[in-house]
Design a protein around this ligand. Structure first.
Ligand code: ATP
Ligand code: MG
Length: 495
């Protein structure tokens, strides 16, 4: 849900709740007002009746039927109102009810409150016509003032609403034009709020569109015509306006800095690549000279020391040549323009070729090198030369960290929509805390067991593997146990 929707919904819900609260409060106030005014009218009416007629008890005793009729006449114009004559204990002696005298008693508690000194705003008492319910009542004592009451004239004010009462009143109140007006005001306020919210949050919306564009296209993409930020109102000086303006000022700077970084990075890669290329010939020449010397002094006992020195120089020259080659390769692979030349190939065939290439070295080390082929050979879409380089790096590592009697297995298997190409060894294994940093460039596990070959590593082999896997849209994972061995797996999409 957008911020606009949330704010508009908040305004609407708040307005609707406020309108409902006001309606309920009005309903209660109205009901109370009606009860109070009914009570006052009833009390005043009883005052007039008791003022007009003396000895109501006597009149009833002498002519009960005539008295009932008299009571009916008194309330002729208030059909919902009933009059009762009670004795001092609350027993009904006569009533205005149609069809004869009333029977039973009414609760004297409310009667006492109605005739007492401290009169409440209104009194609710028994309604003999509807047993079990209460209505607004009024009462007047009969007899001489100062003497105990000889009886009471008791009036039950009907509300004329029938038994439905409160709920019917509510339904009626809901239909009131006042409530319709309240709903109208809430709707209008919501619309107005939505319009204001839309106006206030417009810069925010444009800003969010601009941020999404940068997230989607990156900083390299040139600002498109009609860029979302171009339309940001410069004049708006609220927080949103300032935020949008800040972003639109920051974006060109970020683009410029990004461009400078890209150029620098390109120069660096180009420099490394050229250096690697230019140093290759002198190093090859040096190696050739050193190899000639080594061959010349191999059987010369007098030149034993010199032969050792040449051997060290040759080893270092080899290392330097390989370092240069790795650096050159990485620089090439990092180029954004680097393109793969892919073809579909049987992964197991590729592994067999690589195993063959390393067979002699494995044999010399006493390491068993094998490939594991599933019945249905997985086909992968890869740049063969590049991928061979990646797997060769893994086999090189496995051989470096294996000893006589260890085993190295190259395997390829289908895993759902992916093909897993793995190189496992039973060599020295890697410390668990080293594993996350293995793919960092120039990282070599400090506590790893000395390489079997005695050759110094450069810490670039796995970085190259990772880059090659990335270029193929794949990933690399390492599982290793110190002293038990290592498995490095390249996961590729199946071809
Ligand atoms: N199969 C393995 N068994 C044990 N340790 C390994 C294995 N593969 C990699 N490592 C550890 O990971 C480190 C990084 O490997 P990586 O291939 O990146 O560098 P390197 O082999 O030292 O040098 P380079 O490959 O550049 O000649 C190694 O130095 C080694 O400590
Ligand atoms: Mg390596």
């Amino acid at each position: 849900m957008t911020v606009r929707m949330k704010l508009a919904l908040t305004v609407f819900v708040t307005g609707a709740l406020a309108a409902l609260g006001v309606a309920v409060a009005m309903l209660f106030a109205f009901e109370r007002f009606e009860q109070e005014s009914t009570y006052r009218r009833a009390d005043a009416f009883l005052g007039r009746v008791t003022g007009m007629y003396d000895d109501l008890r006597g009149q009833q005793a002498s002519d009960p039927a005539g008295f009932d009729a008299k009571l009916r006449r008194l309330v002729l114009f208030e059909p919902a109102t009933q009059l009762y004559l009670l004795d001092g204990a609350g027993t009904m002696l006569a009533s205005s009810l149609e069809g004869g005298s009333a029977r039973g008693r009414v609760d004297l508690g409310p009667v006492m409150r109605a005739v007492g000194q401290a009169r409440p705003p209104y009194v609710m008492g028994d309604d003999p016509q509807r047993p079990g319910t209460t209505s607004v009542i009024a009462a007047r004592p009969l007899g001489r003032p100062g003497a105990p009451a000889a009886g009471y004239l008791y009036l039950v004010a009907g509300d004329g609403r029938g038994p439905a009462g409160g709920s019917e009143l509510l339904a009626r109140a809901l239909a009131q034009p006042a409530l319709v007006a309240a709903i109208g005001v809430v709707a209008l306020a919501t619309l107005l709020a939505a319009w204001i919210i839309a106006a206030v949050t417009r810069p925010l919306q444009r800003l969010s569109a601009a941020v999404s564009a940068v997230t989607r296209d990156g900083l390299e993409a040139p600002p498109a015509a009609g860029d979302a930020l171009g339309a940001l109102p410069r004049a708006s000086h609220d927080e949103f306006g300032m935020l949008a303006e800040g972003f639109s000022t920051m974006l060109p700077r970020l683009r410029a800095q990004w461009e400078a970084l890209r150029r620098l990075d390109h120069f660096r890669r180009e420099g490394v690549s050229n250096l690697s290329h230019d140093l290759r010939s002198p190093l090859t020449a040096t190696t050739a000279c050193l190899e000639t010397l080594q061959a010349r002094w191999a059987d010369d006992a007098a030149r034993l020391d010199d032969a050792r020195l040449v051997e060290v120089a040759l080893r270092n020259t080899h290392n330097a040549a390989r370092l240069l080659q790795s650096l050159g390769e990485l620089a090439q692979l990092d180029e954004p323009e680097f393109k793969l030349r892919t073809e579909a190939i049987d992964a197991c065939e590729l592994l067999d070729d690589i195993a063959l290439r390393f067979a002699a070295r494995a044999g010399a080390q006493g390491v068993q090198l094998q490939t594991e082929a599933p019945s249905a050979a997985p086909v992968v879409e890869i740049d063969v030369a590049l991928f061979e380089r990646a797997v060769a790096n893994l086999v090189d590592n496995a051989l470096k960290f294996s000893r006589d009697g260890d085993r190295i297995t190259l395997a390829a298997e289908q895993r759902d929509a992916a093909v897993a190409v793995s190189v496992s060894d039973t060599g020295s294994g890697i410390e668990p805390d080293e594993v996350p940093r293995l793919f960092d460039r120039y990282h070599q596990a400090r506590r790893s067991v000395a390489p079997a070959t005695g050759e110094g590593g450069r810490g670039l082999g796995l970085a190259i593997v990772k880059r090659i896997a990335e270029l193929h849209g794949g990933t690399v994972e390492v599982v290793s146990r110190l002293g038990a061995g290592t498995r490095v797996t390249i996961l590729l999409r199946a071809g």
